[in-house]
Ligand binder design. Sequence first.
Ligand SMILES: [Zn+2]
Length: 174
Amino acid sequence: MNPSEVNDKDAMIATQEAQIANLEAENTKLREENETLKAALAAPERYAGLVQRVFEEEHQRTLDKLKAIRTRSEQPIKLQEVEAFQQFLCGEPEPHLELRIAPTVQPRLSQDQANSVIWYLQEVMHVLSDRWEYCEACGELYDCHRSGWVSEEDDKCYCDNHGPEDAANSEEKQ
Ligand SMILES: [Zn+2]
């Protein structure tokens, strides 16, 4: 063996030793991971708890979302909002209404026509609660769960300010 051959061999051995060291390090890492896995399998409740917590948090988020949606639908559009809509349809939008529309496209319906639009949103599209009734005599909106009455004569709704005589008068008008 000449000296250069000896050097080559030494270099080769050094490379192999480095590779062995790398493999050993990798092996140690794998063994540690294996121990962690074995520990996990030996004590599943610790990990089950973690999985359970993640699941519960996700479940709670879903419930919160559903609740938010239901809360919105359980809080139907208020009487005052429908009244403001009625006024808007009649050509008197609220002064503080942020959305401005041009005077040329501002609706100017009669109160009866406005009430027909509201009726469509209630009975056909179910956008508005049908608890908001309008009085046949004065056209005012009211909450029929709290006030007002239905005439047996004409089967129409009247606010508390209008009694049976008004119902009779309104019948005569037609
Ligand atoms: Zn009335």
